[in-house]
Design a protein around this ligand. Structure first.
Ligand code: ZN
Length: 221
């Protein structure tokens, strides 16, 4: 099964990338394994110490200060961040690997760029792309497609793109992404091993599709 548009240069400079199109959904194997607590599985991070409560005058002084509070306590570690980049909106989202971002922030970040409408996104998707970045020692993930509004999906179909009528993207259950400087084939192999759900490889475009539907694998384009 293929995706309609093959014009994406997966690992080129972001602003020079050609049009990206979302991928279709292929029904295949029906084994479903839930992956729970992904953010909790990513070890090795800690939040900065907030420190003791401040007196009122100290809080007032801090509010006027351009400094950002006291340094972290000795032995503490700064938050480990993975920065997600949305190809369509050109927006960034810094994700604290240990905590994960608020749901509404994720929903907004992964909104449909065509209608500008968000949807309730499956939280394991962001956890997965963050885990991918961590696995490949990257602090950046490029998101090609998150939520796809039914109107946008229909438009793509009318334009002749091979997009599934009932795409997992239209249910907030799929994400297309790549990790800069990581071969899409390598990312695809890693994604399959997670057994989250569907995993598609788009080698010419250079991205991978993951969803939380039934486990099934395919290679497009
Ligand atoms: Zn997709």
């Amino acid at each position: 099964m293929t995706e309609g548009d093959r014009s994406i240069a997966g690992r080129g400079p972001r602003d020079s990338l050609a049009r990206r199109t979302p991928c279709g959904v292929i029904r295949g194997a029906t084994v479903l394994l839930a992956v729970a607590g992904l953010f909790g599985l990513l070890a090795g991070t800690a939040s900065a110490d907030a420190g003791p409560p401040l007196a009122k005058k100290d809080r007032a002084a801090r509010a006027k200060s351009t400094r950002h509070g006291p340094p972290p306590a000795p032995g503490s570690h700064p938050a480990t961040l993975v920065n997600l980049y949305n190809f369509w909106t050109k927006e960034w989202l810094a994700v604290d690997v240990a905590a994960g971002p608020p749901h509404d922030t994720v929903d907004r970040f992964l909104r449909d760029h065509f209608t500008n409408k968000p949807a309730a996104m499956e939280p394991r998707l962001v956890a997965m792309v963050v885990a991918a970045a961590t696995n490949f020692h990257s602090d950046v993930v490029d998101v090609v497609s998150g939520f796809r509004h039914p109107k946008y999906n229909l438009m793509l179909r009318k334009k002749g793109h091979q997009v599934a009528r009932d795409s997992e993207h239209s249910h907030g259950k799929a994400i297309d992404f790549f990790v800069p400087n990581v071969a899409a084939q390598d990312l695809h192999a890693w994604a399959k091993a997670q057994k989250l759900g569907g995993v598609g490889l788009y080698p010419e475009s250079g991205f991978v599709h993951m969803d939380v539907g039934p486990i099934r694998y395919w290679s497009g384009e």
